[in-house]
Write a protein that binds this ligand. Structure first.
Ligand code: BTN
Length: 234
């Protein structure tokens, strides 16, 4: 794995959006700091020294259906957990669709973006940073739990190599094996969740993630007293 390290970038995802043509698939861009880190839904990712902040990309494959690409956030989540486990074996959970949780708090966020013919995977993990007090009820870092300091480059390389392994498995038709592993660490399972669709808010109890990468939700009783299971995609 080729790791390209920067002291400061606007965003490792944006860097690859601009420069992917001069890189190879799975080359990793990491930054100690980001001035304009991006999160999902147009939010900002507030970067701190001590976080693992990195991106890499996957080229579009001629023989992949669109459905495979929808699985990439889940694959990235499992790869992050597998990679972290090699460094520190804790009870990480995958929060559908894109987050890793530890002790009921957010440890890591994942942002997938497509540009031209590449899929950029951006990962931000709270590793050696101490979170500000106002975030400590929502987020956690490895060091805050264990009091240890970690080699960020090692963390990053482990995760990207796990991602490559899982991608190969996906290409070899092993999606169901991967999905089993994801469902074993499904953070939302059994929890009440609310999903918003425009003005409509639906609430129910989350169950497993299905073969299409959708989460299944046991809905509230309707007027006829029936409860249905609906599934929702990203
Ligand atoms: C989220 O939680 O919504 C996703 C956050 C993703 C943050 C990472 S940090 C490295 C990469 N570069 C970015 O600008 N964003 C991702």
């Amino acid at each position: 794995i080729n790791l390209y390290k920067f002291d400061e970038l606007d965003s490792t995802n944006e860097y690859l959006r601009r420069n992917h043509k001069s890189h190879e698939e799975f080359d990793v861009i990491s930054a100690r700091m980001q001035t304009h880190g991006k999160a999902r839904r147009q939010n900002d990712w507030v970067s701190m020294d001590g976080m693992a902040l990195f991106s890499f990309f996957l080229k579009e494959r001629d023989d992949w259906e669109i459905e495979n690409y929808l699985k990439l956030p889940l694959i990235a989540g499992l790869a992050t957990i597998n990679g972290l486990k090699k460094i520190e074996n804790l009870e990480y959970k995958f929060k559908w669709t894109n987050d890793v949780y530890l002790k009921n708090k957010k440890l890591c966020g994942i942002l997938l973006e497509k540009t031209e013919n590449v899929y950029i995977v951006g990962i931000g993990i709270n590793v050696n940073n101490i979170l500000p007090e106002n975030l400590q009820n929502k987020a956690i870092s490895l060091t805050q739990l264990t009091n240890k300091k970690y080699q960020i480059d090692e963390v990053i390389k482990n995760i990207v190599s796990e991602f490559q392994i899982l991608c190969k498995q996906l290409e070899n038709g092993l999606w169901e094996n991967i999905l089993d592993k994801i469902n074993k660490i499904n953070y939302l399972k059994g929890k009440r969740i609310e999903l918003k669709f425009g003005n409509e808010v639906v609430s129910g109890i989350a169950h497993n993630i299905n073969k299409d990468g959708e989460i299944e939700v046991l809905m509230e009783q309707n007027e006829a007293g029936e409860r249905e299971v609906r599934s929702f995609s990203v």
